[in-house]
Design a protein around this ligand. Structure first.
Ligand SMILES: C[S@@+](CC[C@H](N)C(=O)[O-])C[C@H]1O[C@@H](n2cnc3c(N)ncnc32)[C@H](O)[C@@H]1O
Length: 261
């Protein structure tokens, strides 16, 4: 679980169409589409609910079935993440995984998504393995990590150097002894900023939910030799599987349930 691994192709990417974003980007779009095992489309992408736009040096997702949908990118140097860094919003997550002065645990983020929380953890000094099962999201994360490693912002380079990516179903992995497992399963009752809702809308469109998957993820995490399992929950939701955590770190809209082992 230590090295970045190549994105696997041919996994099937659900309702996604790949579209070249600009002139001259067709060859790159074709390569991306082959990697994801989906078709390149020009105009006729009504069947897809999410479009992956491929530019010369850019990749972004956009809902195809929502009028005036905004683009969703993974960019660790974005003003939004840098604001989150400065405004101290990261403190709760850091406390939940056990960041202390001089101590930053190794974390397996088993639901990496758009990598926002993983970046925060990397920025707080944790070595983070991002695990994401969606091939499209893993592609965006890999692209963002490549860019972050050569960013002009020193803190972004430093955080990226602590992050590595794996495209897999977390439940198929065995994690090393003593890591912290972080789970942020998909949940629909999420409140928050317009930007957070836009991100979630794309994640939900990409997602093909199966029954009990949050429970399966939680059971897998609790069976690993981790030192703690941290679960992000909406502040008023019951704990996963009604299992009371050792303690919880409360925020306004969300909380982190901490299961110490
Ligand atoms: C709510 S999002 C996580 C958002 C993330 N914390 C962030 O900051 O961007 C949940 C993500 O977990 C992924 N996921 C769900 N179950 C998974 C599993 N068993 N293995 C790997 N990824 C999984 C989904 O594909 C989705 O991208």
């Amino acid at each position: 679980m230590t090295n970045s691994e190549p994105i696997s192709a041919g996994m099937g990417s659900g309702p996604v169409a790949v579209v070249p974003a600009e002139r001259g980007a067709e060859a790159r779009a074709r390569a991306v589409a082959r990697q994801l095992d989906v078709a390149v489309q020009r105009d006729n992408h009504q069947t897809a609910s999410v479009i992956l736009y491929v530019g010369h040096d850019d990749l972004w997702l956009q809902r195809a079935d929502v009028a005036q949908a905004s683009p969703v990118r993974v960019d660790f140097a974005s003003p939004r993440l840098q604001h989150r860094r400065r405004s101290g919003h990261n403190e709760l997550l850091g406390r939940a995984v056990g960041v202390k002065a001089g101590e930053s645990p190794r974390v397996v983020d088993a639901t990496a998504g758009l990598g926002r929380d993983a970046y925060v953890l990397g920025d707080l000094g944790c070595e983070v393995t991002l695990v994401e099962r969606s091939p499209v999201l893993a592609l965006l994360l890999a692209h963002a990590l490549e860019r972050a490693r050569i960013s002009s912002v020193e803190s972004v380079r430093a955080a990226a150097a602590r992050m590595c990516l794996r495209q897999a179903d977390s439940c198929s992995l065995a994690v090393p002894q003593g890591v912290v497992i972080y789970l942020d399963p998909m949940f629909s009752q999420r409140r928050g900023s317009a930007a957070a809702k836009k991100d979630l809308s794309v994640l939900q469109a990409l997602h093909s939910a199966t029954d009990n998957e949050d429970s399966q993820l939680f059971e897998w995490a609790m069976a690993q030799p981790a030192r703690r399992v941290v679960v992000k929950r909406p502040s008023k939701a019951p704990p996963l599987q009604q299992r009371q955590p050792s303690h919880a770190i409360m925020g306004k809209a969300i909380r982190f349930d901490v299961y110490a082992r």
